[in-house]
Design a protein around this ligand. Structure first.
Ligand SMILES: Nc1ncnc2c1ncn2[C@@H]1O[C@H](COP(=O)(O)OP(=O)(O)O)[C@@H](O)[C@H]1O
Ligand SMILES: [Mg+2]
Length: 261
């Protein structure tokens, strides 16, 4: 199914109490996730009631983490997460995120031997069913660097390729968006991402500004996250600023999401 009419910059109304039209359940989602027409807007609704319990995250907190990710992205200047609000929907409280119309080319892809790598960076080497070599690669773009930085600050435990969307714009360059931030902001290091291709690169001045601003606005997330989690954001920012570059993946646990796409 294809949907059009999504505008990730539309700020959704958290107090909307008009008609909802649930257009369908999104397949491939691990939680109960619905495509919804909410008044004029097309959005992704994830009711708290449909959240799958996880061993390491407190129950019923994923929707707040989705909203916290949007607020961090907007307030710190990353501008990488589609507008997301907490809303009282047909299945109760949940997150509602503006829909992004996907573009033709995904920023994260699997390529084989004969494919042109272009400027893309390989991050995972694997073998296909017939032992043919395959690589998970991602674009080498500044916006993707900023998303990788955002994930380090948000402690994103699930940055799969499918959670990076590109939106072609008729009047400007393609935009990048990150989605599915339900398992971000744990107080302990959980980063699992496919965007490790920038490891060891030094931060630019712009990256340092984004980090500083992230530290400044972290306190604004205290109604959505626990105080320990807010302090942990500030600590991650401090550590990253001290390190001065994109870190390498840790070695004591698997640093990629599964599946990677
Ligand atoms: N804001 C969005 N814009 C466009 N597609 C989306 C958006 N949010 C989710 N999707 C699509 O729906 C799928 C499931 O959503 P996701 O957020 O990954 O749910 P879950 O938390 O259950 O894994 C995504 O992989 C993506 O294809
Ligand atoms: Mg998902």
């Amino acid at each position: 199914m294809e949907f059009s009419g999504g505008d990730p910059d539309l700020v959704l109304d958290p107090d909307f109490d008009g008609d909802w039209d649930l257009k369908g359940r999104l397949s491939g989602a691990s939680n109960a996730t619905f495509l919804a027409q909410v008044g004029e807007r097309l959005g992704v609704y994830k009711p708290v009631r449909g959240e799958r319990p996880l061993g390491d995250f407190p129950d019923g907190t994923l929707a707040c983490r989705e909203v916290a990710a949007y607020r961090l992205s907007a307030a710190a200047g990353y501008d990488l997460v589609p507008a997301t609000v907490l809303i009282d929907g047909p299945f109760g409280t949940g997150s509602l995120q503006a829909w992004v119309d996907p573009a033709e080319e995904d920023p994260v892809q699997v390529v084989g031997d004969g494919d042109d790598l272009r400027d893309r960076i390989p991050v995972i080497e694997a073998y296909g069913r017939f032992d043919e070599p395959l690589w998970v690669v991602h674009d080498n773009s500044d916006r993707l660097r900023e998303l990788a930085l955002f994930d380090l600050v948000a402690n994103n435990a699930d940055r799969k390729g499918g959670h990076v969307l590109a939106q072609a714009r008729p009047d400007g360059p393609t935009r990048i968006f990150g989605i599915d931030h339900g398992i971000c902001f744990h107080a302990l290091d959980k980063v699992r991402t496919v965007l490790w291709g920038f490891a060891e690169e030094k931060f630019s001045d712009h990256h340092r500004e984004l980090l500083q601003r992230s530290g400044e606005v972290a306190g604004e997330l205290s109604e959505l996250l626990s105080i320990t989690e807010v302090i942990a954001i500030e600590q991650r920012v401090e550590n990253l600023l001290r390190l001065g570059r994109f870190p390498e993946p840790v070695e004591d646990r698997y640093p990629f999401p599964w599946p990677p796409l």
